[in-house]
Ligand binder design. Structure first.
Ligand SMILES: Nc1nc2c(ncn2[C@@H]2O[C@H](COP(=O)(O)O)[C@@H](O)[C@H]2O)c(=O)[nH]1
Ligand SMILES: [Mg+2]
Ligand SMILES: [Zn+2]
Length: 510
């Protein structure tokens, strides 16, 4: 909003005539209802009747001026709210305070969700779009944006999932922001590409059913039929989100040109389809091949890998966050297992709540999925950004120069420079681009937590097995004794099977 217009807006707020005109609205306000010190503050701050305060004890300020003052106080609050977020969203001050940590890898989205009455996706979404100046850039109407984000929250809440809910959507969007801003990848992107990436992260699991693609396929669900068993959930997330974005009440893309809309949509579709886990190994293989080629990495592939890593990033966050996400995800898996049991279907991997080895499966997920993904992504960031950093250092007439770097950086994030290769968990090799890689330490830390947990679980299983055996043995002995007169040769089982594993245990839980 241009400065002139905002000044006019503020003047209008404070036009004394306006206050006087609306004085009557407050006429029923009982002046005594306002405590003396509040009345003095209001009178002192928002009215011209400075003398009122000096007269304290002689007489109460005239009712009219108190009413003016209260009206002015309300106006100040409204004006503050308007200014506290360019999109017209009122962000409660205690939520605003937590959003100050948006640039941190250890950002606690659960805390924001609790403080924000379950609206973390709305607040994180607003803050990110504002941080990259996209609301202004794409003239996004604040009511449309409000409706869009609330629709997203409703969709994420449709199936009451323990894990795939609006907090996950907010968490993935914030993690994508961290990667874009801390590595400075954001400077390699156009505004439209940043816009598409943030929206892709926010919508990527919209209306998730809390069950896997395979469950949809095995049960022949409507979605599986609609999408021919291919990336069933991911296709739905995209389709349903674009229907919301096209709706007249929540059309946040209204001011994109036809070409911009095409580019935006193509990017979002590619990024969200790439979050289909069945594509994981292919995606890493393709990226590794590209890293070995002299050509530049193409942006949709790079951004798809960033979103995929953010989507499976909680094992690379602080333990308090990761262990909470794990509990929620496994509960969601177990609920699917319960339904599979009811339907007479075999348990999907990790879905049997009675035999899944959680700690072991998490060690496997970190070793075989998360760690390799982040390692490939880190190499990809290196490859993309090192040449840009060299160019901008030489201040050659380059697409991105330091000024552009600084200008964009001040717009997109207020964190310190990334060239501090000495900072903990940062990736830098001689002459290479350096940026923070906090995920590396967290992955090591979490793996050791799971190893401790796995050892304790194994001990517990062994103890239970021994207990069961001895119980069985006792009941065998007692029934053998009583029936010994008839059958002298029954064998009493006394040893636990050699590998100390319960019969239902398989590798990694299934
Ligand atoms: N065994 C585990 N699998 C996990 C964990 N966190 C995520 N995942 C899997 O990744 C996909 C991510 O895609 P999404 O779009 O569905 O979020 C998820 O469905 C799981 O299959 C984990 O901690 N352990
Ligand atoms: Mg998904
Ligand atoms: Zn997800």
């Amino acid at each position: 909003m241009s400065c002139g217009r905002s000044e006019q807006r503020i003047q209008r707020l404070y036009d004394p005539r306006r206050l006087c005109d609306e004085d009557d609205e407050l006429s029923e306000v009982e002046p005594d209802a306002v405590p003396t010190e509040v009345r003095d503050w209001l009178a002192l701050t928002f009215t011209r009747s400075m003398t009122n305060v000096k007269r304290r004890g002689q007489e109460k300020p005239k009712f009219r001026s108190v009413a003016h003052a209260i009206r002015a106080g309300i106006m100040v609050d409204r004006m503050y709210r308007r200014l506290s977020s360019s999109a017209g969203l009122h962000v409660p001050p205690h939520v605003l305070l937590l959003l100050k940590n948006l640039d941190d890898w250890s950002f606690d989205v659960f805390e924001v969700n609790k403080a924000g009455d379950g609206h973390s996706l709305k607040y994180v979404g607003y803050e990110l779009l504002q941080k990259y100046d996209l609301i202004t850039k794409y003239k996004i109407n604040s009511t449309m944006l409000d409706n869009f984000l609330l629709q997203m929250e409703n969709g994420y809440s449709k199936y009451k999932n323990p894990y795939h809910n609006l907090v996950h959507g907010a968490d993935v969007a914030q993690t994508v922001h961290y990667i874009l801003s801390q590595s400075r990848l954001a400077h390699w992107l156009t505004d439209l590409e940043v816009f598409a990436t943030i929206i892709a992260a926010l919508i990527h699991d919209y209306e998730h059913t809390g069950t896997t693609n395979n469950f949809h396929i095995q049960t022949g669900s409507e979605f599986a039929l609609l999408y021919n068993d291919r990336a069933v959930l991911e296709n739905h997330h995209i389709c349903a989100s674009f229907q919301v974005m096209k709706h007249e009440d929540s059309n946040i893309l209204a001011h994109l040109s036809r070409e911009e809309y095409r580019e935006f949509r193509t990017l979002v579709i590619e990024m969200v389809l790439a979050t289909d886990m069945s594509f994981h190994f292919q995606q890493l293989k393709n990226m590794k091949n590209l890293l070995g080629m002299p050509e530049n990495i193409d942006k949709p592939k790079a951004l798809s890998l960033v979103l995929h890593c953010a989507d499976i990033s909680h094992p690379s966050k602080d333990w308090n966050l990761h262990s909470r996400w794990t509990d929620q995800l496994l509960e969601e898996f177990f609920r699917q297992g319960d339904r599979e049991q009811e339907l007479g279907l075999p348990f999907s991997p990790l879905c049997d709540r009675n035999s899944t080895l959680v700690a072991e499966s998490q060690i496997g997920f970190i070793d075989f999925i998360v760690d390799p993904s982040f390692s490939v992504m880190t190499d990809m960031l290196d490859k993309i950004l090192t040449p840009l950093q060299k160019d901008s250092k030489n201040m050659v007439n380059d697409v991105i120069s330091e000024e552009v770097f600084e200008k964009k950086e001040s717009k997109s994030t207020s964190t310190s420079s990334l060239h501090s290769s000495s900072s903990k968990g940062s990736k830098s090799t001689q002459g290479k681009y350096s940026f923070k890689t906090p995920w590396a330490d967290c992955l090591l830390d979490n793996k050791s937590h799971w190893k401790d947990r796995a050892a304790k679980d194994a001990e517990e299983r062994k103890r239970k097995a021994t207990e069961n055996q001895s119980n069985n043995c006792n009941s065998e002995v007692s029934s053998t004794t009583s029936s010994h007169q008839s059958k002298p040769d029954s064998k009493v089982v006394t040893s636990v099977s050699q590998d100390n594993k319960l019969p239902s245990e398989g590798k990694m839980g299934k």
